[in-house]
Design a protein around this ligand. Sequence first.
Ligand code: PMP
Length: 416
Amino acid sequence: TPSRAGRSTEDLAAARARAFGGQELSYDRPLHLVSGKGVELRAADGRRYLDAYNNVPVLGHSHPAVVAAARAQLATLNTNSRYLQDAPVELAERLLGTVPERFDRVLLVNSGSEANDLAWRIARHATGSSGGIATEWAYHGVTEATYAFSPESWRDAGPPAHIRVVPPPPTDPAAVVDAARSLAGSGHGVAAMLVDGVFTSEGVLGPAHEWTRAAAAAVHDAGGLYVADEVQAGHGRTGLHLWSFAAGDVPADLVTLGKPMGNGYPVAAVIGPAALVDPFVRGTDYFSTFGGGTAACAVALAVLRTIDDENLVDRAAVVGSHLLGVLREVANDHPDLSAVRGWGLALAVDVVDPATGRPDADRAGRIVEGMRDRGVLIGRTGRDRATLKIRPPLVFDDDDVDQLATALAATCAELH
Ligand code: PMP
């Protein structure tokens, strides 16, 4: 099957390199995709791949409810939220029905980065402070403000002057108290701490609710806001609740959503209380052209409805627990797979050098490549780049679990 442009994979890869330079492309041999349906992606060479990596299509690729909502809305009306329209209001009402009662406002934007950037601006506006706290290997976005919260991106460059980092759980959350003290000492004070509810880039460490509650308390004591970044953890991924912070009664002040919110259509949001959001909106004349666009809202509504209709949060819990058990069995047979963690369909397997027990990035990379050769897509994460990241669409089923486990066992056996 040729791609839409009809180019060979080799020509397309060369053209991509000319246009995009060194921008990352997954896999040693590029994966040239032409279509996707459910948990399956199809490549230009006709091969099918089980998608156990992409957390954006929570409902599965090309879900008919999403396609129908986008098609109908694009064919009818798609304009900005300064006009009175049904979809943005319905979406906001529906979202507010899923979060604790203290939240009463929704700001609609286009990406997770934009949501976090906006949360940061609201926090700065509300607190008058200019300091931020992130976890050690966090990722929160591409804008200047969110890049500052993303040690995974700045790496050796070190933090900007207004940012402190703390080790992720399981560690002593007292580090947040120290970080806040340091920011007070430097004159920044604490405007906000941003926390990814599943600590994805740290190696998928799970909701860690006790830690996050303590971190939020420390931030509050310092006069700052706690931002629950649900871009990865939200929309049912953990199998606990639509939102991971809500499952653990974490006293978040602002909540940011993205990635799965449109199942691939760009749409994101900040949810907060009127007391924080209203002064910001008034004081800054807040408006976004595409944020809250009609089609984006229609799609986001279809996603929330489908998660309910297909009972995907519970399903993530059930299938995720099956997958966790099966991954543990595979790890028992392979000394290069050490810790296995999982919450719903956010799962991780640490890869080590069996001789030393140390994290082994090279081996993890070879496992990801070997899985691809066996038709299964997973990823790699963590500071050591030695943690396998398994984050399939929430419609993953038991057969998919078996296919993944068989591929992992075969890949590891081949590496020994
Ligand atoms: N927050 C988290 C936790 C993320 O994982 C990401 C994206 N990987 C973002 C924010 C940024 O979202 P986007 O790429 O949509 O800007």
